[in-house]
Design a protein around this ligand. Structure first.
Ligand code: PLP
Length: 423
């Protein structure tokens, strides 16, 4: 509301110094809150910028990485034509759990993409990265960009970032960390252990609109060497030329993003931090995780009905309905429960499929959610699951009794008649 009120279109510093300066200030605040290395702060060669979404952040960092890699070849003497040929050999990587925004970014940028397999915990490991990149290099490709995720969309899995850093050491491969959902947790002391890997990356993104009480849209992207992003995206027609920009003393955020125009989104972060403070935001994050844990313990009290297939991370609980006979039946039961839950109009849960298993996802996030809501949600889940499993058991029992009846009342009498006639 406020950001609409201050209806500036702050594409460059001149069009709104306040919009630009406040954005650097609040992203430095947030960067410090998360625990990002000094190199990501705006007083050095890096800095933060607000993107609309994590998808946009992925696309622009992919372009920055492409620029950096081609610069290396240019420095070695490659001309324009050679650079064009080299571009067709660039390859970007994610895992089979990376958000589809990476694939989309490679489609937009017309870049090759490979989704690497994950381990039993759905995490991407350094060894896999190393092996696959070596294979591609042997085949003439040029690895240049990899996304490591902290909190994947399906199961909030955490890629082995420090191992990935080791795997790409000595190369010019750009490591982007996508922490769109789980990045908010990094403001809490409990999750600071994740920073070791993150701080060795080239860029890092989190969505404040996912877990930090900020209205959509507010995706915070930090980058260690802003010049690559700026050089990749900067075009200055005459209409945008001005002496302030040319002085090199200011930032023009139009060069950090896809569009030209941009809103005063920094105000949202300013209000959120001034309203809740670091303490309030941390309490909110930990409260949502605590509520998720409450739901998880309830699920665990019914091991005959539910299975939790993935390591619960952050505030997400994945589960499915157990079936003793087959994956197909378990999927059928889980899908029926999921549909009935959503049709109830009382709760809405999303679902996913992981290695063929149908899964329901539960992730509390609203500041208004209380333990009472969690208990009510679980009671509804339990009731619906018991009803659905009962119906299935009855149906299968009916099928069995139908078959027995047919044998008793049709097959056997016909057989006896035929046998009698044969005499
Ligand atoms: N990355 C992760 C890990 C996500 O969970 C999501 C959305 O769910 C995205 C990226 C895409 O987010 P956005 O809608 O901001 O592009």
């Amino acid at each position: 509301m406020y950001s609409d009120m201050f209806n500036v279109i702050g594409f460059n510093w001149l069009s709104s110094p306040a919009c630009t300066e406040l954005e650097s200030v609040v992203l430095d605040w947030m960067g410090k809150l998360v625990g990002l290395d000094q190199k990501f702060h705006s007083d050095g060669r890096g800095g933060g910028v607000i993107q609309g979404t994590a998808s946009e952040a992925t696309l622009v960092t992919l372009l920055a990485a492409k620029y950096r890699m081609l610069e290396e070849y240019k420095a070695k003497g490659a001309d324009e034509e050679k650079l064009r040929t080299l571009s067709t050999r660039l390859i970007a990587y994610g895992s089979d759990q990376t958000h589809i925004c990476l694939k989309k970014a490679t489609m937009i940028a017309n870049i090759l993409f490979r989704a690497l397999p994950t381990d039993d915990n759905f995490s991407l490991c350094g060894e896999t990265v190393k092996q696959e990149m070596e294979k591609d290099i042997t085949n003439g490709l040029i690895p240049f960009f990899i996304v490591g995720t902290i909190g994947t969309t399906n199961s909030a899995a955490i890629d082995k970032i420090t191992d990935i850093v080791d795997a790409i050491k000595g190369t010019n491969v750009w490591l982007h960390i996508d922490a769109a959902y789980a990045g908010s947790a990094l403001i809490c002391p409990e999750y600071k252990y994740l920073l070791e890997g993150i701080n060795q990356a080239d860029s890092f993104d989190l969505n404040m609109h996912k877990g930090l009480l900020t209205n959509f849209d507010c995706s915070c992207l930090w980058i260690k060497e802003r010049k690559y992003l700026i050089n990749a995206l900067s075009i200055t027609p005459d209409i945008l030329k001005n002496s302030v920009s040319e002085s090199g003393m200011v930032l023009d955020f139009r060069d950090w993003q896809i569009s030209l125009g941009r809103r005063f989104r920094a105000l949202k972060i300013w209000f959120v931090i001034r309203t809740y403070g670091a303490k309030g935001l941390r309490e909110h994050v930990m409260k949502t995780h605590k509520l998720a844990n409450r739901f998880r313990s309830k699920i665990q009290q019914y091991p005959d009905l539910f299975i939790i297939p993935t390591t619960p991370n952050f505030g997400l609980v994945n589960f499915y309905v157990k079936s003793n006979d087959s994956l197909k039946n378990s999927n059928k039961l889980t899908e029926m429960v999921s549909n009935r839950l959503n049709e109830s109009g009382k709760i809405y849960l999303t679902q996913t499929k992981m290695r063929e298993q149908y899964i329901i996802r539960f992730a509390p996030g609203s500041p208004l959610t209380t333990e009472k809501h969690i208990d009510q949600a679980f009671e509804l889940l339990l009731k619906i699951t018991q009803e659905v499993t009962m119906v299935i058991i009855c149906r299968s029992q009916n099928k069995l009794s139908y078959t027995i009846n047919v044998i008793n009342e049709v097959v056997i009498p016909v057989f006896l008649v035929l046998k009698e006639k044969a005499k």
